[in-house]
Design a protein around this ligand. Structure first.
Ligand code: 9MR
Length: 461
């Protein structure tokens, strides 16, 4: 990252130094999203797994975001794996972290067709029993965190793409009334929490969001205690819907709050400067939509680092969907969010790792009948220091890594992933890190042809 001149540092970023300087590994004068959002009367949140509350991940989450969503720990399958036996460990850890860092919590989620415990998903229950199981669950969970949850996703992903209600276990057995009953149980147990229905692919106007709109109209007409609608907003770069703002506004006009609850914007890998620039424009546009709708309470990103994102697991070949790269360097998208929130500082060139800022040397050092030893050197050819790194490559001929030194190397299918050791995490501009591994081969031992460092393509030497 290029140096900033003192003149370029605004009063706002000067304040930010005090907060981020200690906690963030990024840039001393980078803006603080939670402060910028608060100044606009919104929150800026992130999803986080309980296993990532420490280290760099935890410190960036605390410094930059003022709302947290448990990525999985408050789902039914997590909290009640056995009927009547609750495990609140992960959920409590996130609640405690949020309290310690002055963060709101979005509770996610009470009634959902997915991630149900096996006893529930595979069990046979009469309709009355199922209704009681559901309302008891809602009551138990909302009561546990009574007064401490800002918004609950009471019902999640209730719709099919055509706008009809999804044939979940609850809908199939109980009909539409399961939704009203879930909201009523939540309100009774925690009157302070704002109660949301949440879904994906409802950001634009269209069949699915029309179905959702009709449902919330019916719920309001019946006096069901619903306060808000969550729009997950899992997008692809270049595809922010043109009707997004109008769609949020029509829900707000029903007398409901709205929120962007799971924002990420994925791309086909590897990243390029052009794709990262598009992604910046998209994060900025989505943030602006929330700013433009008075009843939009805030935005939550579904993970803030490309190191921890569901996207590559579910969409092979796609990723880089969050505002920070895998090395916890802010990406252009992060500055896009900050700019939408009114920041006008110097992002110092923005791109922490544009194409060609890393060079990889790969060499097979010895080879025998079915095994080999290889050495890898990763050089930082950019002008910014790298604070931590993940190097990925794909094996062209079915090779497999068996053990490694000076990095932790894992393999999934043909994809190998090397994560720095603590002693070689930092690579200064112009510097390099090396690691080695043993592997197996069969037939041919062709070298990998393409490497990515923190999601960015490297040259190979
Ligand atoms: O990010 C979550 C991932 O770790 C889980 O494996 C997955 C299981 O369904 O759920 C992901 O989060 C989802 C969220 O709870 C609801 N909307 C879609 C999110 C991404 O799949």
């Amino acid at each position: 990252m290029t140096a900033r001149t003192a003149a370029a540092v605004s009063a706002l970023t000067a304040v930010a130094v005090a907060v981020v300087g200690l906690a963030s590994p990024a840039h001393a004068a980078d803006p603080v999203l939670r402060d910028l959002a608060a100044a606009k009367g919104k929150y800026y949140g992130t999803a986080i797994p309980a296993g990532r509350l420490t280290g760099t991940h935890g410190s960036v989450a605390a410094a930059q975001f003022d709302s947290l969503t448990a990525e999985n720990e408050m789902k039914w399958g997590s909290v009640e794996p056995t009927r009547g036996s609750f495990n609140w460990t992960g959920a409590d850890q996130i609640m405690n972290f949020a309290a310690a860092n002055g963060q709101k919590v979005r509770g996610h989620t009470l009634v959902w067709h997915s991630q149900m415990p096996n006893w529930l998903a595979n069990g046979s229950f009469g309709n009355d029993e199922l209704r009681t199981i559901m309302t008891d669950h809602v009551t138990t969970q909302t009561a546990r965190y009574k007064g401490r949850i800002d918004q609950w996703d009471v019902v999640n992903e209730a719709f099919n793409e055509d706008g009809t209600l999804r044939a979940s276990k609850f809908y199939t057995q109980l009909g539409e009334s399961y939704i009203a009953d879930a909201f009523r149980a939540a309100r009774a147990a925690d009157p302070a929490a704002k109660l949301y229905i949440n879904d994906y692919n409802t950001d634009a106007t269209g069949a699915k969001s029309n179905g959702l709109y009709s449902l919330v109209q019916r719920l309001k007409a019946q006096g069901v205690p619903i306060d808000g609608v969550g729009f997950q907003t899992h997008l692809i770069i270049g595809q922010v819907p043109s009707t997004f703002q109008a769609n949020l506004q029509r829900f707000a006009d029903l007398g409901l709050d709205v929120a962007i609850t799971e924002l990420d914007i994925r791309m086909t890998l590897p990243t390029t400067d052009a794709k990262l620039a598009q992604q910046k424009a998209d994060f900025k546009a989505v943030t602006n939509v929330c700013l433009a709708v008075a009843r939009c309470k805030g935005v939550t990103v579904w993970g803030f680092s490309d190191a921890v994102s569901w996207v590559p697991d579910v969409f092979p070949g796609q990723g880089a969907a969050t505002p920070y790269n895998e090395g916890y360097q802010p990406k252009p998208a992060y500055y896009g969010i900050a700019e939408a929130l009114g920041w006008s500082g110097d992002s110092g060139g923005e791109n922490p790792g544009p194409t060609g800022t890393c060079a990889v040397t790969y060499a097979v050092q010895s080879q025998w009948s079915s095994g080999f030893t290889a050495g890898v050197t990763v050089r930082n050819t950019g002008s910014a220091p790298i604070n931590s790194w993940t190097l990925k490559w794909s094996w062209p001929a079915g090779q497999s890594v068996t053990s490694a030194w000076n990095a932790t190397v894992t393999q999934s299918g043909t994809q190998a992933t090397a994560v720095n050791a603590s002693h070689n995490a930092a690579i200064p501009a112009g510097g390099s890190a090396t690691f080695g591994f043993n592997g197996t081969w069969n037939g041919s031992n062709t070298a990998p042809s393409a490497f990515t460092l923190n999601g960015t393509a490297c040259t190979t030497a």
